[in-house]
Design a protein around this ligand. Structure first.
Ligand code: SAM
Ligand code: SF4
Length: 329
């Protein structure tokens, strides 16, 4: 069924990213604003029941794909049962998860059995010291085990998300690219989105651009082959090392132009719909939800959020005010 959600700019919205918690067991340097994170009072976080309600109404409107994110989604109690209800009760076929990988070693199998199809693991370096410096936690081994466990239980595709961090992971890039040669793995390099003051240029001195990452890879592996993009690739441009089983993805929110293909809405852990990742607008769906609405009121709210999507981030080019841990990336 075609989605009924089309925005003012002709884009069909069929993808909802859902942050189920702002809490995380890592403290990645690029994820939280410098002044630190204010924890959300427990009652302000949507209950699973409420999230399921929003997703079930969204599905009626044409949302086909849901990605569970956070914070770290696997630290929220009851997440496996929640995913199982999404796939079995609501009947969503395409449920994916983004995780830092630290809990996957133990949870991969039950997540798979709950009906989770696809998994993205965030991993920015393959060196232990650097991993600790970026995440604040000495757990590279745990994450690597989590990736292996995901292979073992049959997640397909498995995507590794690498944020490009100047001074940290330039030297890891060829090794990450090499991981795609023998395994059907997608490694996706993501430009870092900065925090801070709107008057500063958006290109942060501690990030580097997608073009530079491609240059580093091509130095080691020769020219990359551009691939056709499938709807599952989202905003990523996909490339392949000649003869490789896996693929390399480039996500360039800072230097690129991917807004014309944007197909998504975001639901924050506190129950606001966010029409644009980089835009300031958050629409408080939680208050409506807690006032016993009927489905048509929730539908109207979701449609209004779709209509509030800007044509592009250039309409509101800005640095992020909130941490990704609340928005969900
Ligand atoms: N904790 C999970 C994880 O790390 O995968 C899910 C939440 S995390 C906020 C989702 C994604 O956002 C991760 O892939 C992370 O690398 C990315 N992210 C966080 N802060 C970012 C930033 N400033 N720029 C670009 N990507 C960022
Ligand atoms: Fe946690 Fe993910 Fe943010 Fe890292 S990127 S601090 S793992 S929410």
């Amino acid at each position: 069924m075609q989605s009924n959600l089309t925005d003012h700019h002709g884009r069909t919205i069929d993808y909802l990213r859902v942050s189920i918690t702002d809490l995380c067991n890592f403290r990645c340097i690029y994820c939280r604003p410098p002044e630190g994170v204010k924890l959300i009072p427990h009652d302000d976080i949507l209950r699973y029941e409420e999230i399921l309600k929003i997703i079930s109404v969204s599905k009626k409107l044409g949302i086909r794909k849901v990605r569970i994110t956070g914070g770290e989604p696997l630290v929220r109690r009851g997440v496996v049962n929640f995913i199982s209800r999404l796939t079995h009760e609501i009947g969503l076929e395409d449920v994916a998860l983004t995780t830092n990988g630290s809990k996957l070693d133990k949870m991969a199998r039950e997540l798979r059995e709950a009906g989770l199809k696809r998994i993205n693991v965030s991993l920015d370096t393959l060196r232990r010291d650097c991993f600790s410096a970026i995440t604040g936690v000495d757990d590279l081994t745990g994450v690597m085990k989590g990736i292996e466990a995901s292979f073992d239980v049959g997640f397909d595709p498995i995507k590794i998300n690498v944020v490009l961090l100047k001074g940290f992971n330039e030297i890891d890039i060829p090794e990450f690219a090499r991981m795609t040669v023998d395994r059907p793995l997608d490694v996706r390099f993501i430009e870092r989105m900065p925090f801070g003051n709107d008057t500063e240029p958006i290109n942060s001195p501690d990030s580097f651009g997608a073009a530079e990452a491609i240059g580093i890879i091509e130095k080691s592996f020769g020219s990359l082959i551009p691939l056709d993009r499938s709807p599952l690739d989202g905003p990523a441009r996909m490339l392949r090392i000649k003869g490789a089983k896996g693929r390399i993805g480039i996500i360039d929110p800072v230097t690129g132009h991917f807004c014309p293909t944007c197909n998504r809405l975001r639901l924050t852990a506190r129950g606001s719909l966010r029409p644009c990742l980089l835009g300031p607008l958050e629409m408080d769906l939680r208050s409506l939800l807690r006032a016993n609405p009927d489905d048509s009121q929730i539908e109207a709210f979701i449609k209004a959020a779709v209509m509030a999507k800007p044509a592009s981030r250039y309409a509101n080019l800005r640095r992020m005010e909130t941490g990704m841990n609340t928005i969900g990336g």
